[in-house]
Design a binder for this molecule. Sequence first.
Ligand code: MN
Length: 280
Amino acid sequence: MGSNALADLAALKYDLALANRMVAHEGVLDAFGHISIRHPEKPDRYFLSCSRSPELVTPADIYEFDLESQPVSVPADVKLYGERVIHGCIYQARRDVHAVVHHHSGSMLPFCFTDRKLVAVYHLGASMGVEVPVWDMRDDFGETNLIVKTPEEGRSLATALGPNWIVLMRRHGVTVAGRTLPEVVFRSIWAARNAEYLLRGSEIGNVTPLSRSEIEQAEAYNLAPGPLGRSFEYWTRRLEKAGELPPKGKPRAEARSVKKPATRAGVKTLARAKRKSSRR
Ligand code: MN
């Protein structure tokens, strides 16, 4: 691998650690949940942290996995997340997905154990897309401990997601997909806000959600580089003010070849996302 590729990989791990901390800082991820990103050069691989709470993730915690969710190389004493198949199975099913978030956000949970439908109630909620399907693990697997751990369970979840961007998991949580890391962060946080406002609005009056056409138009507008970058920069700044930015990667062989450490990470991530979307 050339030094540019190594530098890109080090920057990617930094950005993934940053995204973990950011989504946690905004109250969507908590002790549990995780974010992955597909390998930019090898589409049959992805990156994910070892088992830690998202707000603690550093670049050095991030490992490479194949799409069966087996680690490519990991020290024996490193503990891995139990629900990795969520990521691997979605990457297998959806070639257009390059980043995945799984979380148990308190604002989304009420829609995971009631018959109340999660709908977009303001323009930023439109990034959820027109349909938000619900997956009930009981349908295929009966009574379980609710943890998505086998390839069969992961595939069943990916099937329920279908061509959509968010799938609610009954009595468990939420899985969110995106074309880029900034997009999946954007969708995860604003969808959680949308759920919060929907619940709050329901207490004071009748809910009038966005129409299908409004969702489609607002989604296209919001997911343009401008609004995506503005949100990513805002959440990065909030994390910086809290003193919670990730430490730079440890000086391992990989990081040693990086001349300049990743700085202004949000801006860099966005530039990469732009390059990626212009390639499609
Ligand atoms: Mn979970």
